[in-house]
Design a protein around this ligand. Sequence first.
Ligand SMILES: [Zn+2]
Length: 253
Amino acid sequence: MNARFIALFLVFCMIGYPAMAVDDADARALAAGLVADEINFAISQTRTLEGIVVGIDPGHQAKADREQEPIAPGSKKTKNRCSSGTRGIKSGIPEYELNLTIAFQLRDMLEADGATVIMTRTTHDVRISNIERTKIMNEANVDLYLRLHCDGSTDEDKNGIAMFVRETGSKKEESALAGNLLLDWMARETGANKRRVNRSDNYTGNNWATVPTVLVEMGFMTNAKEEAKLLAADYQTKLCTGMLKAVYAFVGR
Ligand SMILES: [Zn+2]
């Protein structure tokens, strides 16, 4: 852990980090400003992610897998090995397709900057459970594990970007920090509605992780306006640029 990471971490602590993930707008704005200044400086000085390993999971797969697996190590509670995900309200495009499209773009941008990228899947026709996906990242000991998803709701007005990180357990503080950086940068790059970083132990893929892990909800496919944006290549680039900058900030480059 280098000095810059510690400095960033202290910034979040000093402005009341536990409350920040909730609703403290002033604290959030302050943190976003400080972080933004840091990252702009960093990128202009040394734009490389050499030696950094990033894991990307394009969420879901062609066929849902309703066999059960434990939600956390040692837990009796179970969930589907892989749920079906949402789909575009106008286009009908399934979430698993869009997640992979954006994942490829993010992979290419990270690799162009020197990072090593590990993908859980590069095709749709796979059968990999959430635990299995996370174990790939644990074994590779990635610096950051990004689980890319798009959101869905019966409320067609709902829109915007949100993060899910662990509430307890291994790497929860690092994951929350990464979640805040991702939310700040993705909202900044896209202009999307900035929702929040949710701390929850309800996600199998997060609970099994021994590495910093964030489930990234990139936007709602059930909101017609946001769906149109999510399907547009230039908006996808903005999402990925936001994630790239957050990775830089998180690893202290
Ligand atoms: Zn999903």
